[in-house]
Design a protein around this ligand. Structure first.
Ligand code: BES
Ligand code: MN
Ligand code: ZN
Length: 509
């Protein structure tokens, strides 16, 4: 059954006179008191009435606060939602979302609250923020329904059917382009979330590859390497991790090559469809959410197709490193030595540090094409969650320019990202007496150590210079174990998808 998707339209009419189920407005928090965010198009009488109601309610304007008003005078919609956006940041030295992201989140809150309704008008701020508002509303409308037959047998409420963005001229080329961008970007994030939410008995390397092949358009060439081919290609990292599972590994390449490409990029994603830890088994509590360990590959799969759909003039190849980390009788053992793509040997220490092994093959393969930059994305380390929490991904790499593009792209997307250093002293802790290196070492600085391992597999360009490379550790933000907030649902979040698209956009002009 095709999923119901939220439609977007725009209006230059006064939002208060638009016929809809609800009018959505925003309030910021000023010294702990809600203050309605004024929009040019909202009549004075309406904003006065709403402001008075906020005062009566004692609204504070904190993020996600929802005030519901009915039958507001001179408002055509029977329901007015005023969503809190919190205070301005930075505040008391603390970082927080910028204004666009605050509006994105508020729109997401409203869209969730309005699930099942037909139509709502969003008038949250200045028209320049309309794209962010639309994005938040569409991201917030997401619900995991079913995928590969897995899901609830009771139907979820249909999402809000139509989002009307106030302050924009309908029918203009500009608003049509905006509608198309919103559809592509929110569709990409929804796909990544679906992949992450799909349980590992339904989503395994082969079915993941099938899904990508089926979903790709003719602008994206998909190639799938099965275990036999991986063997022939010398991908010992993927094979070693995957050999403990009856469901063998796959490497999927997705290639988008537009005619007038201004740059070429490689995206490499960790796709462990389930991480049991392997023989170094995880404790039961740590394993529960490990269907999410393919969040990096999901982000790459979604972003590459979206970049093609947006027709960005940038060549992109995605590498999805897919394997299931299990404990079968052929499972990789601590002490094993494996030969990676490119010929380097690695001594296996802890089979739960499997992500860096599959990523090493992906990075080596990506390097062979000598792209202008490589960006990898992986739910790589618990250490990154200890360092940066559940909502911020770590950014590491070997080149200031690409790091800056990633951080700036994340900023435009409203995704929280923070740079961690790659420090020289960690490398020697991965020296091995029996192989070129081992894949674990010093425990302190685990996210940086994992990145230091990955750096070993980033190749050189034609001039013998190491390729610009950035690594995103999304172990924290890929999966939301708490309840829904802003435009972020429970479960798979689609972390990194919009940042990757923004990175490609930064090369487009
Ligand atoms: N997939 C995990 C990292 C992870 C943990 C992602 C929690 C999302 C939530 C990764 O494969 C792993 O197990 N890493 C180990 C590495 C260690 C054995 C060196 C870790 O972080 O403990
Ligand atoms: Mn692991
Ligand atoms: Zn893992």
């Amino acid at each position: 059954m095709p999923k119901k998707r939220t439609a977007v339209s725009v209006t230059s009419d006064r939002p208060s006179s638009v016929r809809a189920d609800a009018l959505v407005l925003a309030a910021r928090s000023v010294d702990g008191v809600a203050e309605l965010v004024q929009t040019d198009t909202l009549p004075r009488a309406v904003s006065k009435a709403v402001s008075e109601a906020l005062q009566v309610w004692g609204a504070e304007g904190w993020a996600d606060e929802t005030v519901r008003l009915t039958d507001v005078d001179k408002v055509a919609a029977p329901l007015v939602l005023v969503i809190g956006t919190g205070p301005d940041f930075p505040r008391k030295g603390v970082n927080g979302p910028d204004e666009a992201e605050r509006m994105r989140r508020a729109a997401g809150v409203a869209a969730r609250a309005l699930a099942g309704r037909d139509r709502a008008v969003f008038a949250l701020g200045a028209p320049e923020l309309a794209e962010a508002v639309g994005e938040g509303a569409l991201l917030g409308s997401y619900a995991f329904q079913e995928f590969f037959g897995a899901g609830k047998s009771t139907k979820a409420k249909a999402p809000l059917a139509e989002v009307v963005l106030a302050g924009l001229k309908p029918g203009s080329a500009q608003s049509r382009a905006l509608g198309r961008r919103l559809e592509v970007v929110s569709g990409a994030v929804a796909y990544a979330r679906d992949l992450v939410n799909t349980p590992a008995n339904a989503l395994y390397p082969e079915s993941f590859a099938d899904s990508v092949s089926r979903r790709s358009t003719k602008q994206v060439a998909v190639q799938v390497w099965d275990p036999e081919r991986l063997e022939a290609e010398g991908c010992g990292g993927l094979l070693g991790v995957g050999q403990g599972s009856g469901r063998g590994p796959r490497l999927v390449t997705m290639s988008y090559r537009p005619k007038k490409a201004r740059a070429s990029l490689a995206f490499v994603g960790k796709g462990i469809t389930f991480d049991s830890g392997g023989l170094c088994l995880k404790p039961a509590t740590g394993m529960v959410t490990m269907k999410c360990d393919m969040g990096g590959a999901a982000a790459v799969a979604a972003a590459v197709q979206a970049i093609a759909d947006l027709e960005l003039p940038v060549a992109v190849t995605g590498y999805l490193c897919l394997a299931e980390n299990m404990t079968g009788d052929l499972a990789q053992r601590p002490g094993d030595v494996v030969t990676m793509r490119g010929g380097r040997t690695v001594e296996i220490i802890n089979t739960d540090a499997e992500g860096r092994l599959v990523m090493a093959d992906g990075l080596a393969l990506a390097s062979e094409q000598r792209p202008d930059a490589i960006v990898d994305i992986a739910t790589l380390t618990g250490a990154c969650m200890v360092a940066l929490g559940n909502r911020t991904f770590g950014v590491m790499g070997n080149d200031e320019t690409i790091l800056e593009r990633v951080l700036a792209g994340a900023g435009r997307a409203g995704e929280s990202a923070w740079a961690l250093p790659l420090v020289e002293e960690l490398r020697s802790s991965m020296d091995s007496p029996v192989a070129d290196l081992k894949h674990t070492g010093e425990r302190a600085g685990g996210a940086m150590l994992a990145a230091t391992f990955l750096a070993e597999f980033v190749g050189k360009n034609g001039d013998g210079e190491v390729l610009p490379w950035a690594h995103l550790d999304i172990a924290g933000p890929a999966f939301n174990e708490g309840s829904a907030r802003g435009h972020t649902p429970k479960g798979g979040t689609g972390a990194g998808v919009r940042t990757l698209i923004e990175v490609a956009r930064s090369f487009a002009s």
